[in-house]
Design a protein around this ligand. Structure first.
Ligand code: ZN
Length: 244
């Protein structure tokens, strides 16, 4: 079974699994040095696990594990690890059911591979992940037409409107919050990164300032849509100042 741990406390790991969706599992003997279970439970390590459910418990017991993809290239430096924490936070907060979502599982696999390939543009992959995740979870985001007047948003500045599943043009919403605002170029990029397969998102090249702006807009939209704050984003901004 494919599973990807994304949060860890003590010996209980939060796993994102292909067949069971998001589950919590307790692992026996993880603290022993050289435990094979321990390495399989590292953040975002994809492993095959044997999981057994206890009666009357939400907790699974994890017995065997085989690491399928360690993604070690992703954990080698601080900026990459900080991006992974934001990714883990998105998964943790956006998915609340225990239903399996094979598409979300594949998206996560593709995102981890894409993040591991380049040192730059991690914010672009995180923004693309957020947009694609919202779509898969049933929160579509209309970016072509204004949700108010129905006019085309092409080459227009717009405001993303959580809970309306779309964006409003400037005439419909002249004084919207800055954090949900996208420039005409930004709107085109949002559409592009959402429709490109994750393995191709790197072809989009952006100035660091525009990238940071879009990253923040998308993350703000996600947080307001799921009605939860991602504390990792505040931390990320603190330790990863935007390059001028
Ligand atoms: Zn409008």
């Amino acid at each position: 079974m494919g599973s990807i741990p994304f949060a860890e406390a003590d010996r209980i790991a939060q796993l994102y699994t292909l067949q069971l969706g998001k589950v919590k599992a307790v692992a026996k003997g993880v603290r022993k040095p050289r435990s094979r279970l321990a390495s399989s439970m590292d953040l975002f390590t994809e492993s095959g696990f044997s999981l057994h459910k206890r009666a009357h418990s939400e907790l699974y017991v994890l017995t065997q594990a085989k690491v399928l993809h360690g993604h070690s290239e992703l954990k080698a430096d601080f900026p990459a690890l900080t991006s992974l924490q934001v990714l883990a936070d998105m998964l943790e907060k956006a998915i609340h059911d225990t239903e399996p979502h094979p598409e979300v599982y594949s998206l996560l696999q593709e995102t981890l591979l894409a993040l591991g390939k380049g040192r730059e543009g991690k914010e672009l992959f995180l923004a693309a992940f957020a947009l694609k995740l919202l779509e898969l979870l049933g929160y579509p985001l209309e970016l072509d037409l204004c949700a108010g007047c129905g006019s085309s948003l092409r080459r227009k500045k717009a405001h993303l409107i959580p809970h309306r599943g779309g964006a409003l043009c400037e005439s419909c919403f002249p004084a919207g919050p800055k954090r949900l605002q996208a420039s005409p170029a930004g709107m085109e990029i949002l559409k592009k990164i959402r429709s490109l397969p994750m393995g191709k998102v790197h072809v989009v090249k952006l100035r660091p300032a525009l990238l940071r702006e879009l990253f923040l807009t998308v993350l703000e939209y996600l947080q307001r849509t799921i009605e939860k704050r991602l504390q990792t984003v505040d931390y990320y901004l603190k330790v990863m100042p935007a390059t001028p």
